[in-house]
Each structure stands twice: as C-alpha cells, then as structure tokens.
Design a protein around this ligand. Structure first.
Ligand code: GLA
Length: 728
C-alpha cells in the first residue's frame, strides 16, 4: 500500500492504517524496550491516566475545514466566534490546532518550532490569547516519526514535547498515529501501545493537566486488535478516535452525510468501552459546513449527544448560519451529551432505515432518539419500556429541538423526515394538563384501480381524548392532493383515526422523477390541555414516463473515429466506434436482427446521446407479446430488476443483465451476442484493435394476454440500453 495518499483527501482510517503498518514493517527501531511495551504481555503497564475530562470534551478544531491552511489569524478568529456566538459559554471551550502548525524541522535543541509564517508569534502566544478569551488550548502531534502531514512526530521526544506543550500552556493534546514504526520482534499493536504509553507518562510528568486524545484505535479499525487498542487507550488517555476521519469541508453534502452515517455506524456499538473520562470519539461535528441539510446537521449533533461523544466543531465559525448555530448551541441536546452519568446511549430497536437509541441520564430521565437513516420519511415507534423504564403508566416527552412537551402512556412515536433525528428527554410521571403525545403516519394503499392513494393515521398515545380533529395535507406547487382538508372523528386515548387521500405529482412536468415531501398536519383539541397539533411527512416520488427510450438517452456510446471526445460509454471517455459498427452492418436507424429478435438501432448521429445508462427511468411502450427484448451491454457485471406495467395497472418484473461490453464470457445473465466490433474509440482515437467490443440481446418475460403500458428500466447505470422491443 503506497503511503503517499494526498494530505487534503479524506483519509479513511483503514488506508492510514495500512500506510502506518507498511511503514512500520520497514523495520525502524523504537527506543522503548519490547518488554516494557505490549499490553498483550501485560507487563509494566502505566497507571490510569487521570480523569481530566469528566464529561465529553467540547470545542473546535481547524482540521476538517481548513486542513493545512490554518494560521494564527484563522485560529483566533474562530476562537473569538466561539465566544461571541455564545457557544463557548455553552461548553465549547477547547480550541485545537491540528496538523501542519509546525516548521518542517525541530530546532538545534530538538524542540518543535511553530511555522514562522503561519504562527509568527509562536504557540505560547496563541495559548495566551485563548486563555484570555476563557478558552482552553489544544494542540496536535503524532506518535510516529512524522505527523500525517509530514511534520516532526513525537517519537523519541516524548518528555521534551510534553514539557514544551506544558510550557506553552497547552490544555489538550491530540496525538495522531501516522508513521509509527514497529521494532522487529513486536507487533504493530505493541508498537502503538509503547508510543502512546510513553506520551501518556510524559504528559503526566510534565506537571500540567492536559486532556489526552489518542488516535491509535483509528489505525486498527477493522483489525482483530481494535477492541484491545481501544481498551488500552482508555487507560492511557481520556478520549480516542477509533475510526475513519469525517469528511472535509470542501467535500459534497452527500459525502459529508455519508461520513456522518459511517462514523455513527462504527461508534454506536462501542458503548461498553467508554465511561466518564474515557470517551469514544467519532470525529468532528460538521454543522456549518456547506451541503448538509438542517435535518442532517441536527441529526449529527443529536446522535453525537446520544453517544456521549466529544462535541468538537470543525467549520468556519465566523460564518455560522442561524440553523447551524441553533443545532450546535441547543442547550437541551448539549445537556444530554454532557450528562454527569456519562453513559453512551445504545440502540434499543432498529429496522430498515431506522435506529432507536436510549441513554440513561442522571436523575432517572432517559434520552430517546428516533433516527431515520433512510431517504424516505418514516414513522418510528418505540416504548418507554424499550427505552429502559420499569413499570409505569405515564411519561413526559420533551422534544429537545421543538421544545414541545407532551404526555404519553408509554408509546414514543414520530414521523421522522429523511436523515432526521427526533430526540426526546423522557421522564417517568407527567404533570397534569399536558398535551397528549400524538403521531401521524402514512401508508401507501394504492391499487391498480386507485393509484396514488395513502392512508394517513393520527394516533393518540396520551391520556386525553382528541376532538374537533381536522387533517390537512400540504404539497409543493403543482402537486394535487384530494382532499386537501378533512374532518376526523374524535380519537380516544390509545386509538387512531384515519383518512385516505390521493396525492399526484405535477401533471405537465418533464419526463423523469420528482421526489417531494408531502406534509399532513392534524389540528385538534385535547380536553383541558387545549389546542394541539402534529405533523408528519411522506416522501413521494412522482414519475413522468419518457415517451420513448430515445427520449431518455443520457449517454454517448458511439463516436466517429475522427471525433471521439464526446464518448463516455465507460465513464473514462471510451466508446464504440461508428466505423467499426458500420463494418458490422450497424448504422444509425439500421434494423438489428439477432437471436430471433428484431430492434431498431438508435438514429442518433455518432457523438450524440444514443443509449440509456439506466437509472430507473420509466418509458412508455405498447404491445402484447411473450417477452420484452433489450439491446444493450454493460460497463459493469450486474443484473437488476425491470418492472413492466400493463394497461390494467398490474405489473410484472424480470431480472436484466448483460455481459461487459468487452472481454468477459458473452452469455452472462442469459444474454447473447448481437453485434461484434473489433476495436473501440478512446479519447485519442481508435484503439484496441483485435479486441471484441460487443452489444448483446436479452429478454424478460411478459404476462401473457396483457398489453404493456410502460417499462421501468433497471436502477443500475452500469446497464446500458440501445433499444427495446416487444417480442410477439
Ligand atoms: C489524521 C486525523 C485527522 C487529522 C489529520 C491531520 O487523518 O485523523 O483528524 O488530524 O490526520 O493530518
């Protein structure tokens, strides 16, 4: 595994780990004698590092937003923003300067030196400024020979560096784990233990209380030693990064959400390994960064709080949006994170696309989070008993984001938008006169005769009956909802009322799919508690069919040899050669007869879109027959379902796949060769002569006696389609 992965790229721990391990196996020697190092041997273990972080650390770190672009001005501007935004007063009090703050070399005495351009006043100065603002000073170093960014590591300089940090007024040390050498005769795990134990001791002996953040476990994620490394990290320090880095500020919103989901996924199962003063760290909060929705921002903060994770923002705090500030600064959510019991929440229920977490809190309350990880709004339901309460009959639910307080007889339920998390503080026993907890849920009850139909239910989980209930449904402009508003009968406690509505997407929209959130809101009276309301979303995909396959063409598969650049059949600029196809008898609009099937080759001129890289497009088609035939090929090796809709509203499905366009056995997925060309076009012209680039035919069965109305193509862009036809 090469070690030169670019610094500014997101470094997945596994990659960094392989790099560190590869470096390690280069056989560099470590000063610590083997006998003193390994935890596995259980010898000479240093004592428990003091509990310098009784609650999960909070603050700001420059890394994921600025990477190596940080400097004194940026750090201090963000520190000021922590104070002026009020976040510092809410607990975000540690400002950590991550990698790249150093000059490339130690000085003649072996001391680390701040980069003279970016930190012209030195680190002690920065520390003093932070302290004057009432903040704490965090700094980054590495346990190896070099930091991940290639600056001097602490290896062999443990006490010298710890003393220097103490002299600079450092309060928090993040010790990364790139470039840790493994002495011969030791395992990597032993080598890491030795280095981190050495710094743990050195910090202790420095005479200054410094929170110690360990990165070692991140270099063992996915290996059998992961738990062991986390366990000794809990002895040597106060918190540890146990897995992959989160996304960087310049990455897309999708990449950020995927990193948040991934880091949540590896952190959520580690509750057994933490305790007060010993925290699992799933990396930075991205609230404030571009690309994330408010639901996603709030989800991350809420989930991190449920997991008692460090709350360390890494964004440009000088430009914080009101939404990001509200999510980061939500006192009630912070209180869940910082709860003195210091217990990491656990998953108490889960299903497709959702997790329910519960976290015990000091004083007997519990925090409960309903996390919708899916792309569709979901009604998520759990109970107080599942959340860990004993026998009881009434509970108070405080929604920590909306601040609504309701009473439930035990059911905890909400309609949760995609990627959102609803977080409650739940207490046993509820004061009188509270609004009952209610929830809306949606169910698709469409049939061929009544398409686009949804059953909306309003459930009453509290002790008060609902009366004067009115349900209304709102949809984006162009959508049709019927009825828009309706009266429901009274809803008894523990019961539900229902309405069926039809929701249709915009009629004159362009072909393709539109995904929208449709919101149902119920307004009611709840006895002496007075007027109340609840809303619930449904994610509805409206599809307008393409009139023909060619109307859906989205990929250029054929180019002329004299103009190959528009070709993108395989996403790297290669395409079929129009000249090679002509030699095989295939020109625009030609009839292709193969394997007893007949197709019309696209009429598109070379270099223009001529095939569909299929992603679930619906295409209008008519005809009656025994099978639906496709002319296509693949830039992958997959099959995926095709759905056929008939004029009576019924459907049938078939599995469709082709061989790769080149170089694989030509009968995969039951396909057969239809066209063979003997070379292809590349961005620089015709090439690969003598190699067969092929197009294939394949079929799926149709229901006998029914007339086809439309076909929904596979949702798999590796499958490319040039033509289709109904076979009698
Ligand atoms: C690793 C860490 C990051 C950051 C960089 C700096 O990737 O996991 O948090 O400190 O190194 O190079």
């Amino acid at each position: 595994m090469p070690c030169d992965f670019p610094l500014h790229r997101r470094i997945r721990a596994t990659l960094a780990a392989s790099c560190a391990l590869a470096t390690a196996s280069a056989g560099l020697l470590l000063a610590t004698p083997a006998s003193a190092a390994p935890s596995a041997a259980g010898t000479a273990a240093p004592g428990q590092y003091p509990n310098y972080a009784p609650t999960p650390p909070m603050g700001w770190n420059d890394w994921s937003y600025y990477q190596c672009g940080e400097n004194e001005q940026i750090v201090l501007a963000n520190a000021h923003a922590l104070v002026t935004s009020g976040l510092a007063a809410k607990g975000y009090n540690t400002v950590t300067i991550d990698d790249c703050w150093m000059a490339p070399n130690r000085d003649s005495s072996g001391n680390l030196v701040a980069d003279p351009t970016r930190f012209p006043d030195g680190m002690a100065y920065v520390g003093r400024q932070l302290h004057e603002l009432g903040l704490k000073f965090g700094i980054y170093e590495d346990a190896g020979t070099e930091t991940c960014g290639g600056y001097p590591g602490s290896e062999g300089h443990w006490q010298q560096d710890a003393d220097l940090f103490a002299a600079w007024g450092v309060d928090y040390v993040k010790l990364d784990g790139c470039n840790v050498p493994t002495p011969s005769g030791q395992t990597d795990e032993q080598a890491y233990y030795a280095t981190y134990a050495a710094m743990s001791q050195a910090l202790l002996h420095s005479g200054r209380k410094m929170v110690f953040s360990i990165s070692a476990p991140a270099y063992f994620q996915g290996t059998p030693d992961w738990d062991t490394v986390i366990k000794w990290s809990a002895q040597l320090g106060n918190l540890w990064r146990e897995g992959a880095d989160t996304a960087l500020g310049q990455e897309s919103g999708a990449a950020k959400w995927s990193a948040i989901s991934y880091n949540y996924g590896y952190n959520v199962g580690l509750a057994d390994l933490q305790r007060p003063g010993r925290w699992n760290d799933p990396d930075f909060l991205l609230a404030g960064d571009s690309g994330l929705t408010q639901d996603e921002i709030q989800s991350q903060v809420s989930l991190w709080a449920m997991m008692a994770a460090p709350l360390i923002s890494s964004t440009d705090l000088t430009k914080l949006t009101p939404g990001a500030l509200a999510a980061l600064g939500n006192k009630d959510v912070i209180a869940v994170d910082q709860d003195p019991l210091g217990v990491q929440g656990r998953i108490v229920a889960q299903g497709t696309g959702y997790n329910v977490l519960a976290k015990p809190l000091a004083g007997g309350d519990r925090a409960v989070a309903l996390f919708n990880s899916s792309d569709q709004a979901l009604t998520i339901t759990t109970t107080a008993a599942a959340a860990g309460f004993g026998k009881g009959s009434s509970y108070q639910l405080r929604n920590l984001v909306t601040k609504a307080v309701t009473q439930t007889d035990g059911t905890i339920s909400a309609d949760v938008p995609p990627h959102a998390t609803v977080i409650y503080r739940v207490g046993a026993g509820a004061s009188r006169g509270l609004q009952p907890a209610t929830a809306i849920s949606w169910q698709d009850v469409s049939t061929a005769a009544r398409p686009d139909s949804y059953l909306i239910s309003l459930s009453d989980h509290g002790a008060a009956r609902l009366s004067d209930v009115r349900l209304s449904v709102s949809a984006p402009k162009g959508w049709t909802v019927s009825p828009v508003s309706t009266r429901l009968g009274d809803v008894r406690t523990g019961a539900a009322a229902y309405a069926v509505v039809t929701v249709k997407g915009p009629r004159n929209a362009a072909p393709g799919t539109t995904v929208s959130e449709i919101t149902a809101t119920a307004r009611y009276r709840a006895g002496s508690a007075g007027a109340g309301q609840v809303s619930g979303e449904r994610t509805i995909t409206s599809t307008v069919p393409y009139p023909t396959l060619s109307a859906a063409f989205n990929n250029v598969g054929v180019t002329s040899e004299s103009a190959p650049t528009p070709g993108d059949f395989d996403s790297t600029g290669d395409s079929y050669s129009a000249q090679a196809l002509a030699t095989a008898g295939v020109t625009p609009g030609a009839t292709v007869s193969a394997n007893g099937l007949g197709f019309s080759w696209p009429t598109a001129a070379a270099g223009t879109p001529d095939n569909v890289a299929a992603s679930g497009e619906q295409v209008t088609l008519s005809g009656t027959g025994s099978s639906l035939a496709f002319l296509g090929s693949e830039t992958g090796a997959v099959s995926a379902p095709v759905t056929v809709t008939y004029t009576d509203g019924s459907t049938s499905t078939g599995q469709l796949g082709f061989p790769n366009w080149c170089c694989t056995p030509p009968t995969a997925y039951g396909a057969r060769v239809a066209i063979t060309t003997d070379h292809r076009d590349t961005p620089t012209g015709p090439a690969n002569f003598g190699i067969s680039y092929q197009v294939f035919s394949n079929t799926i069965p149709l229901t006998a006696g029914k007339t086809v109305r439309s076909v929904t193509l596979p949702n798999q862009p590796a499958i490319h389609l040039f033509a289709l036809s109904v076979t009698p």
